[in-house]
Design a protein around this ligand. Structure first.
Ligand code: ADP
Ligand code: MG
Length: 368
């Protein structure tokens, strides 16, 4: 028993130009903590109702500023990038400073707004860059008694293979995923971890990693990634306690932009692309199975095996899911009737994730 639930956020984006051209109908409603999905096909079917910890209406009620930033109109309930950061990103930072591991992952079909929320585009910076910016601002404003060390790594899981995004050339078949025999956690062998001393340095690394990403076009969205992207920031705080003993607080922050959750066949993929889709769905369906098993466990069911070992993604997210981590999932939603079924799938997935209980502990140890 015990533990703290995974926090789940939902965010709905504006119509894209294609949806506008086709006269798409809005099928998502939000009011307070409640999200409703309307049937959208005129069949008169009852709306489906869900509740989440955070609900972000980013569909309308905003104006693009001269610098490209989208800001809420007076009186509108539009949730800007800054609004989302203020809850989710700031929460991650507060927990990291206390020495907790933190994870934030974005789930949803291709084109639903995962990358917009996580990384952002242009001046509309997402949670990851704002979090890094505020992390260094907080460090710079501190009293100087604590020493801070920040390292950064970035990888992608593509076809169940791990590629280091901070290296131009990766070994054939990808990097090895190994298990630490002592604590049982999985890690990526030989993954490059770089020390970073400023926001600029992290920003450059994110850019470098992003340009190394595998981008395979699908019929659905020619620019979207079919890979899972994982940014990991390790944040160490070294300080002296009252008796002069040095202690180190460590927080591992995982920021995960998952591949599109849509079924491979709905994108019209064939051949290699289909195999790729099947593997992506293997990681995502394993994630679904892990989430279901953890939900069962937290509901009191006994003898549940959590199938972490079934995919690379679930191995690497083991701590984030049902382990030592404060975890947030952001479910990205399309507003349009044509995506009704995928959106329902995303809402159901998010609903199950709410049931997961984690047991985060402060990672603080004396320095030898
Ligand atoms: P995904 O990563 O899920 O495939 P993207 O984040 O790339 O989707 O979003 C698809 C498109 O929708 C992009 O052009 C993006 O700028 C736009 N978009 C997504 N979310 C928002 C939002 N909250 N506000 C404005 N535009 C958005
Ligand atoms: Mg994306």
């Amino acid at each position: 028993g015990g533990g703290e639930s995974v926090k789940v956020a939902v965010r709905v984006r504006p119509f894209n130009s294609r949806e506008k051209e086709r006269g798409a109908k809005l099928v998502v409603e939000m009011k307070g903590a409640t999200t409703k999905l309307l049937c959208g096909d005129g069949s008169g079917e009852e709306p489906k109702t869900f509740t989440f910890d955070y609900s972000y209406w980013s569909h309308d009620g905003f104006t693009e500023q001269p610098d490209g930033i989208l800001l809420a109109d007076p009186g509108s309930s539009y949730a800007s990038q800054q609004n989302v950061f203020n809850d989710l990103g700031q929460g991650v930072l507060d927990n990291a400073f206390q020495g907790f591991n933190c994870s934030l992952f974005a789930y949803g079909q291709t084109g639903s707004g995962k990358s917009y929320s996580m990384v952002g585009y242009g001046n509309n910076k997402g949670i990851v860059p704002i979090t890094c910016d505020v992390l260094f601002k907080t460090i710079e404003a501190s009293d100087g008694k604590t020493k801070y060390e920040v390292t950064f790594s970035m990888l992608e899981i593509y076809n169940e293979q791990v590629r280091d995004l901070l290296q131009k050339v990766n070994p054939k078949g990808g990097l090895q995923v190994r298990q630490n025999p002592k604590e049982g956690l999985f890690y990526v062998q030989a993954l490059k971890k770089v020390a970073v001393g400023s926001y600029r340095e992290i920003e450059n690394k994110i850019e470098e990693g992003t340009s190394n990403r595998t981008v395979a076009a699908t019929q659905m969205n020619a620019t979207s990634s079919r890979a899972h992207t994982v940014v990991t920031i390790q944040f160490d705080q070294i300080s002296k306690n009252d008796v002069g003993q040095e202690t180190k607080k460590t927080s591992v922050i995982n920021l995960v932009d998952l591949a599109g959750s849509e079924r491979a066949d709905s994108t019209g993929a064939t051949g290699d692309r289909l195999k790729e889709g099947a593997n992506i769905n293997k990681s995502l369906s394993s994630l679904g199975n892990v989430i279901s098993a953890l939900a069962d466990l937290s509901m009191g069911k006994k003898k549940v095996l959590v199938p972490y070992r079934d995919s690379v993604l679930t191995k690497l997210l083991q701590n984030a899911l049902g382990g030592n981590s404060k975890t947030i999932m952001i479910a990205a939603l399309s507003p349009a009737d044509i995506n009704h079924d995928e959106t329902l799938g995303t809402l159901r997935y998010a609903d199950r994730a709410k049931k997961i209980k984690n047991k985060a502990v402060v990672n603080e140890n004396p320095v030898e």
